[in-house]
Design a protein around this ligand. Structure first.
Ligand SMILES: NC(=O)C1=CN([C@@H]2O[C@H](COP(=O)(O)OP(=O)(O)OC[C@H]3O[C@@H](n4cnc5c(N)ncnc54)[C@H](O)[C@@H]3O)[C@@H](O)[C@H]2O)[C@@H](O)CC1
Ligand SMILES: Nc1ncnc2c1ncn2[C@@H]1O[C@H](COP(=O)(O)OP(=O)(O)O)[C@@H](O)[C@H]1O
Ligand SMILES: [K+]
Length: 536
């Protein structure tokens, strides 16, 4: 459907693994050996000279992977210290443990044994993976605290995690047992240098605390693709250009971008004129607040919309007189005026919110919502929307809402509260769960902003756009630019979910291309380069 790679929940991953094993074509032990070999291989790639490694093995299959890694690294000349538990109930993990014991001993998995380990180049966390069901407690929590202190910050030793940092919920990216932001009763959050996960990224690798905890994420192919690619469209995918997972059901960003932006041209041919590319209308606010709406309008122009008109109140028209000259201006003082403008059928998308003012947004929202064109609701329009009773009934599939966390909490206070709660059991409620539920309730596309932007449609399709590598995107007005991009793509005829996803992708790409020091004004100016880089 969208771009990037499929994301699987822990339960979906387990189901695929079971299906593969039930087919009789692969055994659990083979998968574990492949997992162990993938991680040992990644470690040897990064530390070509054999060194000292300490492997911490838990009770389940994650621990089984750990014993396999220890054996393979030892065979490659590494010095190993392995810490483990007496209890290893699973047959495959027990077999891996038995094979390791032919090579070396296992010390108890305790804080004091970890403390007494020889200085290590690499610590390998194979305590819990997808099987984590509750927050680590007691002795394992103490081990994780210690591991966090031994490997975090300026420590020389690197942490490599098997599938995920132990204690992190792979469906939400939240530390089980702690509230939002990693605070609370959970373990010292681990900060890995490298996480090697299997087959597909899980939501927790990309959401919330996940990216900071996982470090560099590598997805290892362990031969399960055949059971995964069953023809169904993925319900959750990652828009992550740097992520080189070819997935035959999802075309590449480049292909998709070309298809998306060629749309106007191929529909109209070279004889197309400006109206072929759509006409976007931006409802702007009173004097003194014009910058936000102008950023939106500039982004809509640069996105390739054929025409963009900005509509402030008449007294504020002079404020919008400057750059860009391509922008059209039209005074708009009351709802009847908007209805009159909208008699022009060539206006193909609207945006209301950036720099609009809440009172003005309250005035214009009914007229905006009752007309059938696609529309982006951002900033003040979201605050205005939250004030009107029974607002979800006024929305439908042609609306795109682009809240940041605060606006989301105003619109969906219960979902925001749930996101902030401490989770005593996994899977924890995630930003994907919250955004999907929000989209379902109001029947519109929701784009929840953040370094881990989540976009969801009312039918349950969702994607995560990861922008952890461009923290400089968090600058005043960058959200206004995003709203303009989405409006421009809607004006050009993209479906709402696609316009939102493509907007988020292009927005981050522009920020990445500019680099630190970026201000929101720079973003629209980067777009021609972004489109050129994409080969458009
Ligand atoms: N997905 C796949 O296809 C593959 C997965 N493999 C590995 O298998 C792992 C999943 O294995 P498991 O399902 O055995 O689960 P884990 O090894 O993640 O651990 C689960 C075990 O720990 C217990 N447990 C969970 N939370 C606990 C807590 N807070 N305190 C104490 N005990 C707790 C569970 O009851 C269970 O016995 C993956 O993360 C991955 O490392 C690989 O071996 C190969 C293939
Ligand atoms: N830490 C971050 N890293 C990358 N992108 C971020 C980060 N924080 C916010 N963003 C992005 O920056 C934009 C900020 O939008 P918003 O909060 O509406 O700001 P404004 O109202 O000033 O325009 C959003 O696209 C959001 O996804
Ligand atoms: K782990």
């Amino acid at each position: 459907m969208l771009y990037g790679s499929e994301i699987l929940t822990a339960a979906q991953m387990r189901a695929i693994e079971s299906e593969a094993m039930d087919s009789g074509e692969v055994t659990g032990l083979t998968l574990m050996e492949r997992a162990g070999a993938a991680i040992a291989g990644q470690i040897r790639l990064r530390w070509p000279k054999p060194g000292q490694a300490t492997v911490l093995c838990g009770p389940g299959n994650n621990g089984g992977d750990g014993y396999a890694i220890a054996r393979l690294l030892a065979q490659a000349g590494w010095s190993l210290r392995v810490l483990g538990l007496d209890n290893t109930p699973g047959a495959n993990a027990a077999e891996m443990k038995r094979r390791w014991l032919e090579t070396g001993p296992i010390a108890p998995l305790t804080e004091s044994e970890l403390h007494d380990s020889p200085a290590s180049d690499v610590f390998i966390d194979a305590i819990f993976g997808t099987g984590l069901t509750r927050p680590p407690e007691g002795r394992i929590a103490a081990v994780l605290h210690k591991l966090g202190r031994m490997t975090g910050g300026s420590s020389r030793a690197s942490l490599v995690t098997v599938d995920c940092p132990s204690g992190l919920c792979m469906d939400s990216g939240r530390w089980l047992g702690s509230g939002n932001g990693g605070k609370g009763a959970g373990p010292v959050p681990l900060e890995a240098a490298l996480t090697v996960a299997f087959d597909s990224p899980k939501p927790g690798h990309l959401l919330d605390q996940g990216p900071a905890a996982c470090g560099k994420l590598v997805i290892a192919d362990i031969g399960l693709r055949r059971w995964r690619e069953d023809g169904r469209p993925p319900s959750l995918s990652a828009i992550w250009p740097e992520f080189p997972i070819p997935d035959r059901r999802i075309c590449s960003i480049r292909e998709r971008a070309r298809a998306v932006l060629d749309k106007g041209i191929s529909a109209k041919g070279p004889a197309g004129h400006k109206y072929s590319y759509g006409h976007a209308l931006i409802v702007a606010g009173a004097s003194g607040h014009g910058g936000a709406a102008r950023l939106t309008a500039r982004a809509a122009l640069r996105s390739g919309a054929g025409l963009v008109t900005i509509c402030p109140p008449h007294p504020a028209l002079s404020e919008h007189a400057g750059y860009p000259d391509a922008l059209m201006r039209r005074g708009l003082d009351h709802a009847a005026g908007l209805q009159a403008i909208l008699t022009d059928p060539r206006i193909s998308a609207l945006c209301i919110g950036p720099g609009c003012g809440v009172d003005r947004a309250v005035t214009f929202l009914p007229a905006v919502l009752e007309q059938p064109r696609p529309c982006v609701l951002d900033a003040d329009a979201l605050t205005a929307l939250a004030r009107s009773p029974d607002w979800p009934r006024a929305l439908s599939g042609h609306h795109v809402l682009t809240p940041h966390g605060g606006e989301f909490a105003r619109l969906f206070p219960d979902l925001a509260a749930k996101l902030g709660e401490t989770s005593a059991r996994g899977p924890a409620f995630s930003r994907v769960d919250a955004t999907r539920e929000a989209a379902r309730r109001c029947g519109a596309v929701i784009l929840l902003k953040g370094p881990d932007t989540v976009i969801a449609a009312p039918d349950g399709r969702a994607c995560i756009h990861s922008a952890f590598d461009v923290p400089w995107l968090a600058t005043a007005g960058s959200g206004d630019v995003l709203a303009g991009l989405i409006t421009g793509f809607l004006a050009r005829g993209l479906a709402p979910m696609e316009a939102a996803a493509f907007g988020a992708f292009v927005h981050a790409r522009a920020a990445r291309r500019f680099g630190p020091g970026l201000i929101a004004d720079d973003l629209p100016e980067q777009l021609p380069g972004v489109f050129r880089d994409l080969g458009l």
